[in-house]
Design a protein around this ligand. Structure first.
Ligand code: NI
Length: 137
């Protein structure tokens, strides 16, 4: 299948530079296929039925539409899962937000998907691990 996507120029340039460092056999299509595969593999590592702990890191421009309100709105529906949050004003535009999470895997992944899916979240990453029940975390 062929498809076209819109990407900011600086982002595409950085991506192309990364592809070039991998050598002549790599190209943009192959690099994007790799990204899709690794995203799907990460999905398989999810443990919706387990208790998990984790952290969610986001970087966003707080000027983007009503992004901060939406981020807030979503987080207020997951007060059982969000243990703590840290917000750092990086510069005039950008914010770094780190959420410490604990709870049912399905709920934690759902929260991460909702937040990272919001338009304007430039970088987002959930790091998560299932906890042993005996740890009573
Ligand atoms: Ni801020």
């Amino acid at each position: 299948m062929r498809f076209s996507i819109a990407v900011p120029e600086d982002l595409l340039n950085a991506f192309d530079a990364q592809i070039a460092r991998r050598g002549a056999t790599s190209n943009r299509s192959e690099a994007i296929r790799d990204l899709i595969r690794s995203s799907l593999v990460r999905e398989e590592l999810r443990t919706p039925d387990a208790q998990v702990i984790g952290s969610l890191t986001m970087i966003y421009d707080h000027h983007t539409g009503d992004l901060t309100r939406k981020l807030d709105e979503v987080q207020h529906d997951y007060t059982h899962e969000i243990v703590s949050t840290m917000h750092v004003h990086l510069d005039h535009s950008n914010c770094l937000e780190i959420l410490a999470l604990r709870g049912q895997g399905s709920r934690v992944y759902e929260l991460a998907d909702k937040l990272l899916g919001l338009r304007g979240v430039k970088h987002g990453e959930l790091t998560c691990a299932a906890t042993d029940a005996s740890l009573e975390l």
